[in-house]
Design a protein around this ligand. Structure first.
Ligand code: NAD
Length: 501
């Protein structure tokens, strides 16, 4: 275990706001709680509407000054690579901060979340050197050239469940295409975003290009979403918040991307590779303590396999190592907040009325004096109407249903207000192709847990989101497209105003 005093790493006494190159205070101080022991880790200085305005103005001025927006490609790339290197150099510290703040097991933060943050910067550094644009010559005597320019000020609002991995994607993309930005981390989990901004400044980004405001959604987030000087807004979080943000941004005609919730079906056919499907199903629901938008939380198993598969799944889930997330071999840590812990537990009250059978868990873990530890929970539901099959629970909480035919599986999978991910396990090529055709989700993984290919779009159908994130999708979102028509030949113009006096 990495104790703070042994490492020299620390949590700031107060998390300040970063505006125009300086860390400054805010209004109210809100506590940030350590989910492992329920002590106050630090406080955030909540940015008021005026503070948010100052951050947006700083971003605007830096953008207009062109110190970053106007830099050449090599300079921009060098800086993005340097940020990635600094993240790598501080990976142990960043993983420690993330785990301390949100309770995700340190092994997962170190192996996945932090390397992903570094990779995001490398990916976009490489991507921008390959951008192509169109030229049209079909119109006689004209050359029409399409180019892209940075949009301006990007507002980047992040969630608490995987802050460094998700917020770094937004920052890397916004900066790579030459924008200035205002980052708003979740009030629950500001620590890695703050440290990342420090590293970005150490890498040499000019003052004002990146700003960070801390605070609640109701005060700081709402002020940022409604700010008329924000040119684009990228949000990852819950669906209800996404609606509020889109309405606020809509009043200013600010384009948004929304990466929202999910209730993804994980469909296991009788012909699947049993062991691989079992490993994949466990990973899909229990990684990150189950707090993942992409969780395969609705497991559908073909009838003839169901009893054997569910039994094996329950046995493995029973053996998950629950404990202090800073311990290397911990597989499940505490949920991120007390409020969230209570919400997850509240779903147990719906089981009886929906005719669900509780197979494992369903209660807070015993043996912990403090911390928001919740038992891995498994429920067998009679049908997809059960509340636990419809609502995103966002915890270590899996539901099982059975199906007979592939058509029935697709129908259950698509009977959801969400459409973020789908997972299908089969050794039959035709079934895999049919899944590709029928499952309504933004991403579909065949015989694999989530694989995030940054070149390919990530995002959701239906209430799982608006827009996508990928190299090309971010290029389209974080830059304005301009068509310039050059006259190349002799085109006589109609003469106006040649009438008699
Ligand atoms: P949340 O919606 O509560 O908060 C997300 C962010 O929005 C926070 O920074 C919060 O302060 C801010 N916010 C809240 N109200 C606001 C308002 N009115 N205006 C502006 N900002 C506001 O979400 P969360 O609980 O932090 O994250 C969990 C949710 O995020 C889950 O639903 C999960 O599925 C989703 N998520 C989606 C993806 C994806 O890529 N699709 C990834 C991770 C998480």
């Amino acid at each position: 275990m990495l104790a703070q005093k042994e490492t020299g790493w620390s949590v700031p006494d107060v998390c300040l706001n970063f505006i125009n190159g300086k860390w400054v205070g805010g209004g109210a101080q809100l506590p940030v709680i350590n989910p492992t022991n329920e002590t106050v880790l630090t406080h955030i200085a909540e940015a008021s509407a005026q503070d948010v305005d100052a951050a947006v103005q700083a971003a605007r001025e830096s953008f207009e000054a062109g110190e970053w927006a106007g830099t050449d490609l090599e300079t921009r790339q060098r800086l993005l690579f340097r940020i990635a290197d600094l993240i790598d150099q501080h990976s142990d510290e960043l993983a420690w901060l993330e785990t301390t703040n949100i309770g995700a097991p340190i092994a997962q933060c170190r192996a996945r979340h932090v390397p992903r943050a570094a990779y995001n910067f490398r990916f976009f550094a490489e991507y921008i050197s390959q951008i192509r644009s169109d030229a049209y010559t079909q119109l006689e005597n004209y050359l029409s050239v399409v180019t892209r320019e940075p949009v301006g000020v990007a507002a980047l609002i992040g969630p608490w469940n995987a802050p460094i991995a998700l917020t770094s994607m937004k920052i890397a993309a916004a900066l790579a295409f030459g924008n200035s930005c205002v980052v708003k981390p979740s009030e629950v989990s500001p620590l890695t975003a703050i440290r990342m901004v420090e590293l970005i400044c150490e890498a040499g980004l000019p003052a004002g290009v990146i700003n960070l405001v801390n605070g609640s959604g109701a005060v700081t987030g709402a002020a940022l979403a409604a700010h008329p000087e924000v040119d684009v807004l990228s949000f990852t979080g819950g669906t209800a918040t996404g609606r509020a943000i889109m309405s606020a941004a809509g009043r200013n005609l600010t384009p948004v991307t929304l990466e929202l919730g999910g209730k993804s079906a994980n469909i296991i056919f009788a012909d699947a590779d049993f062991d691989r499907a079992l490993d994949g199903a466990l990973l899909s629901i229990f990684s990150n303590n189950g707090q993942q938008c992409l969780a395969g939380s609705r497991i559908l198993v073909q009838e003839e396999l169901a009893d054997r598969f569910i039994e094996a799944f329950v046995e493995r889930a029973r053996k998950l190592r629950i404990g202090d997330p800073l311990l290397e071999d911990t597989e499940i840590g505490p949920l991120a907040t007390k409020q969230h812990f209570e919400r997850v537990h509240s779903f147990i009250d719906t089981l009886e009325a929906d005719g669900c059978e509780l197979l494992l868990g369903g209660k807070p873990c015993e043996g912990f004096e403090s911390g928001y530890y919740y038992e891995p929970t498994i429920v067998r539901a009679p049908n997809n109407k059960a509340v636990v099959c419809q609502e995103e629970i966002f915890g270590p909480f899996a539901t099982f249903q059975t199906f007979r035919t592939a058509d029935e599986a697709w129908a259950i999978a698509n009977d959801s207000k969400f459409g973020l991910l789908g997972y299908v396990w089969t050794t039959d090529y035709a079934t895999a192709m049919a899944a590709h055709e029928h499952v309504k989700s933004g991403v579909l993984c065949i015989n694999s847990p989530i694989i995030r290919e940054l070149r390919a779009p990530f995002g959701g159908y239906k209430e799982s989101g608006v827009g996508r994130e990928s190299g090309a999708a971010c290029e389209a979102f974080y830059s304005e497209v301009k068509t310039t028509a050059f006259l190349t030949g002799d085109v006589p113009l109609r003469k106006l105003g040649m009438g008699g006096a």
